[in-house]
Design a binder for this molecule. Structure first.
Ligand code: MLT
Length: 250
């Protein structure tokens, strides 16, 4: 087989977890721009030891209780609001160095952690927001894996504009920077690429136009969260699954 064809990257995008077929992809990239995967990226950048993700709150509490209070934090939201009794909500601004350094973060969110759990069987599983898009793309290029599944998080099973924007941004970077062929295997990703071309010069406006953006705005002043989640390629960090449900900086 000629070298070029062997190094082709095939990209597929699914909007939400319940659309993903029962497969174990080489590489899976989970996206939750507002806000789970952005928060994961900043928490690891700020020195958190690891993040353990849960779709189920009871399972999270059963796991967290085994850890000493000074070694752990519980963070997450439901409906955009901090979960009662948790240390933090899901804002990327809350995971500062002072708060998270050296700690294991037990995390559960409405959608993002569901998507991370859905593709736990992947050989390589990465969490991506817009701040670490380039870092994740370069990791994919370095792996030269043939099949890459991109998974959004949406909102309770429905489509999300901001996650598709980020999927388009990732595909666009790979097409522009990978020396070999990049195949777009489904229309979901073709549409995401077109979305990126349309909104790439006004990402902040896209996030605020999105239904989840409007949901957050209805809950309070999230201006700084929007700014943080819309910043492109400012974080050289690749959150990677190291064991089932546990994510560390790679
Ligand atoms: C989610 O997982 O649904 C989001 O990250 C929710 C949020 O943080 O607003």
């Amino acid at each position: 087989m000629p070298l070029e064809r062997y190094l082709t990257i095939n990209l597929t995008y699914y909007h939400v977890a319940n659309e993903v077929p029962e497969i174990s992809p080489d590489v899976a990239v989970v996206i939750d721009v507002l806000r789970a995967t952005t928060t994961i990226s900043w928490a690891l950048k700020n020195g958190a030891d690891s993040i353990q993700v849960f779709a189920d709150l009871d399972l999270l509490k059963k796991s967290a209780i085994k850890w000493n209070a000074n070694e752990k934090l519980m963070l997450g939201e439901r409906g955009g609001k901090k979960i009662e009794g948790f240390d933090l909500g899901n804002s990327p601004l809350s995971v500062t160095k002072k708060v998270v350094k050296g700690k294991r973060l037990f995390m559960s969110t409405t959608n993002g952690t569901k998507s991370l759990q859905k593709v736990q069987n992947a050989k390589h599983l990465f969490a991506m927001g817009l701040p670490n898009r380039r870092a994740v793309a370069e990791k994919i290029i370095s792996l030269k894996s043939e099949n890459v599944l991109i998974l959004g998080s949406g909102w309770e099973g429905s489509y999300s504009l901001e996650d598709s924007l980020a999927a388009g941004a990732l595909a666009s970077y790979l097409i522009a920077n990978y020396d070999y062929e990049v195949n777009i295997l489904n229309d979901e990703l073709q549409a995401a690429l077109a979305l990126w071309e349309f909104w790439k010069n006004d990402i902040l406006k896209c996030l605020k136009t999105a239904t989840h953006g409007k949901r957050l705005t209805s809950l309070g002043d999230y201006e700084e969260d929007f700014k943080c989640c819309s910043k492109l390629d400012c974080l050289e960090i690749v959150p990677a699954q190291v064991e089932r449900g546990v994510i560390r900086a790679s």
